[in-house]
Design a protein around this ligand. Sequence first.
Ligand code: G3P
Ligand code: CA
Length: 237
Amino acid sequence: MQPIIEAHRGYSGRYPENTLLAFRKAIEAGATSIELDVHVSSDSELIVIHDATVDRTSNGQGAVAELSTAQIAKLDAGSWKNPAFAGEKIPTLEETLALTLESNVCFNVEVKKFAGGQRDAKQLTALLQRYAPRGSSHIVSSFDLDALLQVRQADATIPLALLGSQGDHLLAEAVKHHFPWIHCSYRGISRDLLYAAHQQAIKVMIWTFDQPAGRQHYTRLGIDKICTNYIAELIQA
Ligand code: G3P
Ligand code: CA
């Protein structure tokens, strides 16, 4: 079985991370699954951005939680990567999930912070259902166990994945909470861990792995999904 190859923040090795351009380029490269990160704006919109502030990946400054959707929409999220990408925006989650209407791609939505707790979880699950891919489902992941449990409370049908660096810990929590996936740093997994996970019918994703030459190793090992910044290169490997 070949692992799913997932585009980490879109095709972020070559395009500005977590932008519609990076997501479209990942889909063009053949990605069937795309990882992205979510924070919440001051007016409670789910915003696709990795950091808690806009400083690193835009021409703006400040915490996402203290900026409105309109303020965030004005920022340039492309030039920091390369001036050729000037004009790329920080998208909302809804704008991003709308890509499922043209491509049937699945998203792995990593919740970074739910400022509004259950309200944010309900908003997230409503969007995931409205823009559900045909024949499969988006997935929600987080380092934050509480956020995952809030998502489950909002909608028990969304597949959940606990994120972390220590495979044994992740597996124990996944068994305890009946999560179908663990998303583990590639440094934190072993053959034994993978076997133990599969014995429990739990799938294993590794992040963030950018070496095309290493794909075969993880395929042989039986990894279920590889998350990479270089989606085209890993797909071609
Ligand atoms: O999905 C795994 C990975 O995205 C977690 O780390 O910092 O890239 O969000 P980070
Ligand atoms: Ca992430």
